[in-house]
Design a protein around this ligand. Structure first.
Ligand code: DQA
Length: 157
């Protein structure tokens, strides 16, 4: 009597990092390049994708000028996201609503600022999002995003 053997290969789904960008970052590369540099959001997305893939992670990359869209994306990350990297841009300094949304998310959160907000105007020195962030990277240019991916890879083990 023969024995039928069936081998089922299950490919594990990559853990998903939500990378969220707030207002005016769609103009990255053109907007105040002396502060934010010349890389575009597309360049940042490509760099984050390859950094994440090197660790077997996937990314879901977004930019929005609307606070509610960022909040909806944080709610989505509650369903299928393992971690969040967020540059809330000007909403860092104003949005209790984004802080409240992040407080509903259980995984690691890294806040990124391309510029060093502490070297700039006083109104940029406080970030509501920092009350929730597990780590904050500021002043490392767009490299801050890939540094954040590396940190998430370490946190997720
Ligand atoms: C920023 C700093 C914020 O103060 C500013 O409003 C931005 C970008 C940064 O990446 O350096 O839009 O978050």
């Amino acid at each position: 009597m023969g024995i039928a053997l069936r081998i089922i290969y299950i490919t594990p789904m990559s853990k998903l990092i939500y990378i969220l960008n707030g207002p005016n970052l769609n103009l990255l590369g053109k907007r105040q390049p002396e502060i934010y540099g010349t890389d575009t959001m597309a360049d940042v997305e490509a760099a984050c994708k390859s950094a994440a893939q090197a660790h077997g992670l996937a990314i879901s990359f977004h930019q929005s000028n609307a606070e509610h869209v960022l909040i909806d994306l944080i709610h989505k990350a509650r369903e299928d996201g393992a971690a969040i990297i967020i540059n809330p841009a000007a909403y860092s300094h104003t949005s209790v609503a984004i802080l409240d949304a992040l407080n509903t998310f259980d995984g690691p959160v890294i806040e990124v600022h391309i510029s060093n907000i502490h070297k700039r105007e006083a109104f940029r020195h406080h970030s509501y999002v920092s009350h929730r962030a597990d780590g904050v990277i500021a002043g490392c240019g767009t490299q801050g995003y890939t540094l954040a991916v590396e940190r998430i890879a370490t946190s997720l083990g």
